[in-house]
Structures are given as C-alpha cells and as structure tokens.
Design a protein around this ligand. Sequence first.
Ligand SMILES: CNc1ncnc2c1ncn2[C@@H]1O[C@H](COP(=O)(O)O)[C@@H](O)[C@H]1O
Ligand SMILES: [Zn+2]
Length: 346
Amino acid sequence: MSLDFCKRIPKVELHAHLNGSISEETIKKLAMKKNPELYKDWRMSVDKGKVGTIDNVFQIFKLIHQISDNTEAIYTIAYDVIHEFSADNVKYLELRSTPRDAPSMGMTKISYIEAILKAIEDCHKEKLDIVVKLLLAIDRRNDLSIAKETVDLAERYSKLSGGTVVGVDLSGDPSVGDARTLVPVLRDAKCRGLKLALHLAEVPAVDETEEMLKIIPDRIGHGTCLHPDAGGSQGLVDTVLQHRIPLELCLTSNMTCETVSHVDNHHFKYWYDQGLPCAICTDDKGVFSTSLSEEYCLVAETFGLTRNDIWTLSYNSIDLIFAEEAVKQDLRSKWNSVKSYELNSE
Ligand SMILES: CNc1ncnc2c1ncn2[C@@H]1O[C@H](COP(=O)(O)O)[C@@H](O)[C@H]1O
Ligand SMILES: [Zn+2]
C-alpha cells in the first residue's frame, strides 16, 4: 500500500487529543517563546521509538501542558493542528481536549474553550476544506464536581457554538482512578443530548469496563482489552457486538504505549472481521510522530487490505461522526466525487 494513496484519499479523524496532536514545529515555536529547554525535553521524550510505555506518555503530557498554559498558546495549537490535519486530507475532524485553567496566566476553562472555538472559526473563515467539531474531555482522575462542570460547559458551548461542541470524552491515564465513579455524570450528559466517546479497556479492566458499557457510549476509544485473549471477557465482547458500539482504533499509539505486543496482534483484525464499525485514528499524532495517512497505511500493510478496503474503511467512518445527517451527506458526496479517480490512478 502506498503512503501516497493513503495521503491522497479524503479521511475522517475521530480521536485526536488536542495537546497530544501538537506538531514539532508548533512545540518549538511555543517553547522558544517560553523556555527553549522545554523544546529540548519534548524532543528527547518523543524521539520515534523511544517513548515506550504508557507511563512515559503521560509524563510527556505534563511537559506539553507546561507549554500550553495560556489561551494564546491554546489558540495557536488548535489553529496549527487543524491546518496539519487538513494538509493530510482530513475533511472532518473531531478534536477533544480537557478544559484547563492556569490562574497565574489568566487562563480559565472558559477562555480555554473559547480559544479552541476561535481557532475553529478562523479556519472556517479561511475556507479551509475541513469540518471541525469539539468534544470536551473529562480526565478519569477528575472528581464528580469537575466532571459535572465539564458536562455543563459542553452543554452550554454546544448551544453557544451552534453545534461545534458535540459531546464529551472520557480519557486520562488508564492506570489511575476508577471511572465507575463518573457514571452518573456521563449518564446525565447522554440525557442532555451530548455524544459520549469513552476510552475503555485501554488496559485490562473487566469490572470497570462492564459497568461503563452499561451507559452504551456512542463510541469507544481503543477497546484494546475487551477480548478475553487480551485480558477482557466474552461478556464485554458480546455487549459491544450486541449494541454495535463503534471503536476508535489507534495502532501506533497502542504499539508505543506497549498495550499491544506486536502490530500483527492488534485488535483491529478481530473487530474488522466481526464487521464492527471501526474508525482508524491517530490519538496523539505529535507524541507518536504519526499522521492519519500513516495509520491507514500501517493498517493496510499489516492486515493486507486493498486500496478498495482502505477507501471503504475511510468512507464508512463518515457514519460514525457526531454531526447531523446533512454533514454526513456532504462528506459522502465529497468522497464519491473523487472515488473513481483515486482508486484508478497510479
Ligand atoms: C495514549 N492514550 C491515551 N489514553 C488516555 N488518555 C489520553 C491518551 N492520550 C491522550 N490522552 C488524554 O489527553 C490529554 C492531552 O490532551 P488535552 O490536554 O486534553 O488536549 C492527556 O492529558 C490525557 O488526559
Ligand atoms: Zn485517546
């Protein structure tokens, strides 16, 4: 499979953490303004192949958060990340980010969210060919009151942004905390019409995952350890299949965090063969030095998918977006208008 083909085809990105998606150029630009040492530290940490283990990854987020501690930086990051996805032919992007405040820098959760929305709006005004939506993230470590605040903000900004904010994500270090405590807040978010994308079973956690699946999330992030062979259970597999809950799959992320032993063993194959809707995603393209095109190429090469299979995988991801039917129809027309050309060109 040529990387060039994967780059050329239109794509949908559904699982991208804002601060994990920052490119080297943007990190460098921001660190130079603040403290050049931070760039050197970041460079050392993300050197391809060196990241290793999920613990190291979460150390990198701490470093990045030192650089992105003001609204100007958040705006720049969002603006640059959107342009980078667009340059990779991503036509529909759902960003997710955990609202943060930094009182000493004058940043509030409100100004944080508004900075991202402004960047989305500015890219739209520039007529960049990409639709961008936003999910507000709850960190697993958050207590109920913070989680509730995030849901309130998501509901409020879903209205204020005219539908750019579409839902809530649950993420954060999977080895910390117990997400079950957040169930009432997540259920409430669903009742309020917000979409739910939950990181589940990124590491083995059968009891927690069982409880979280009762919410019937709209999409699952990773789902690495759902299957009994990966530390999950048949009950988890059955629930996911019964409700056809789509999976957001991020191969390089799982390889780098070492939650999957070898790419050949990636759970993509199992779920794809079961016919479960799956979206190929990047997770943190900056931290994992990847792009959506590279992720598609990796899937194709690892599992022997044809150009037609890859095209279909990309096209079917449109069904999984958190946007209204009209947006889906527009995207389908866009895909169809270039399909025969892309599939038949060299
Ligand atoms: C590698 N697998 C992962 N598993 C779980 N959560 C992850 C993650 N990768 C990123 N995040 C979540 O996204 C935050 C960074 O972006 P934002 O500051 O929100 O934009 C991280 O702090 C973590 O909470
Ligand atoms: Zn993630």
